[in-house]
Write a protein that binds this ligand. Structure first.
Ligand code: NAP
Ligand code: ZN
Length: 352
């Protein structure tokens, strides 16, 4: 066991502050990583503030962060894929039972015994897992990803959650050339969704509540932008979408988007609002539409997504901040005022 520097929340209302946490010494199958950048996901805010108390209550102290890139500092004797000095990344998953049908199908994100990167039981040290707002982390090699060498590291970090969470449902629902795809909410996830829909060749429409994001939506790969508060603009697209990805973090009217799907169209929620959303069944049955959800992606698919990003030069648009600005950043995330992901430069933690 050794001490690592971190930023943690002591309770649901306290700002994040510097703390010392314990990390395990690498076992023979572990990779120890010096964290260089960690993205700020809206899930970090939900979790630090215990907004998902009904499903995943937060255990304090809570060290958020699941968009991790860094450099390997040590590997266990049985580690094959990584060596000291390699670039490496860790996303939302750090373990699973590896024996259940989901794991055997290569979909460990749906394992009933999955271990998320923070706020999940830590079988090595007891207590809960601690995330990437830290200078170092130790993870089993099966849950460590390789980062294509051409990608800027600050912009690559958000691929580990915002990237895979939008890539995976688009691949699952067959987003490709000739499809009309909508992305709702131009935040961290949404802006990656726009980049992927565009890169996969779809006609991409961005739905935003923020008129000021219109130019960015087009620059990021949108073919059209709809200000979702404007009913006339919405009505023009009725019954026309093959697929819509909803990445909104708060309660909102999903039925307005279900109406925009064509026959057999699908709306997938990746946004995880605190409260249930009412769904109009009539909106679904009259056109055999479907409404579904999606959780991050598997480890293999995360590597596939990273390689796709390497080949297509895709990274997140980031505002790089020192860790000392994390509380300010949280307030800006809540106000939908981030262009389009905060990436924490972990070198700033060294000076604390
Ligand atoms: P984010 O950066 O805060 O983006 C959310 C976007 O939602 C905002 O930028 C805003 O876009 C839009 N929005 C905000 N308030 C709204 C309102 N009142 N009505 C309609 N739209 C509104 O958050 P994020 O990090 O992308 O995360 C989004 C959600 O996905 C969170 O709930 C997060 O927990 C969840 N998540 C889920 C998974 C998964 O595996 N399913 C993984 C990661 C995150 P505009 O300004 O364009 O309207
Ligand atoms: Zn996330």
């Amino acid at each position: 066991m050794y001490n690592a520097k971190a930023y943690s929340a002591a309770n649901a209302t306290s700002p994040l502050a510097q703390a010392t946490i314990a990390r395990r010494d690498p076992t023979e199958t572990d990779v120890q990583i010096e964290i260089l950048f960690c993205g700020i996901c809206h899930s970090d805010v939900h979790q630090a503030r215990n907004e998902w108390s009904g499903v995943m209550p937060t255990v304090y102290p809570c060290v958020p962060g699941h968009e991790i890139v860094g450099r390997v500092t040590k590997v266990g004797s049985a580690v094959k894929k990584f060596k000291q000095g390699d670039l490496a990344a860790v996303g939302c998953l750090v373990d699973s039972d590896r024996t259940c049908p989901e794991c055997r199908a290569g979909l460990e994100q749906f394992c009933p015994n999955l271990i998320l990167t923070y706020n999940f039981p830590d079988k090595h040290l007891g207590g809960v897992t601690y995330g990437g707002y830290s200078d170092s982390v130790v993870v089993d090699e099966n849950f460590v990803l390789s980062v294509p060498s051409n990608l800027d590291l600050a912009g690559a970090a958000p691929l580990l959650c915002a990237g895979i969470t939008t890539y995976s449902p688009m691949r699952h629902w067959g987003v490709t050339k000739g499809k009309k795809v909508g992305v709702v909410g131009l935040g961290g996830l949404g802006h990656m969704g726009v980049k992927f829909a565009h890169a996969l060749g779809a006609y991409t429409v961005v739905f935003t509540t923020s008129p000021g994001k219109k130019d960015d939506a087009l620059r990021l790969g949108g073919d059209e932008v709809v200000i979702s508060k404007n009913a006339d603009e919405m009505a023009k697209h009725a019954g026309s979408f093959d697929f819509i990805l909803d990445a909104v973090a708060v309660e909102h009217d999903v039925n307005a988007y279900i109406q925009l799907l064509r026959r057999d169209g699908n709306l997938t929620m990746v946004g995880a609002p605190e409260k249930p959303l009412p769904v109009s069944v009539f909106g679904l049955i009259f056109a055999r539409r479907s409404f579904s959800g999606s959780l991050i992606g598997s480890i293999a698919e995360t590597q596939e997504m990273l390689d796709f990003c390497g080949q297509n030069n895709i990274i997140s648009d980031v505002e790089v901040i020192p860790i000392q600005k994390v509380n300010e950043a949280y307030e800006r995330v809540i106000k939908s005022d981030v262009k389009y992901r905060f990436s924490i430069d972990m070198a700033s933690l060294k000076s604390e």
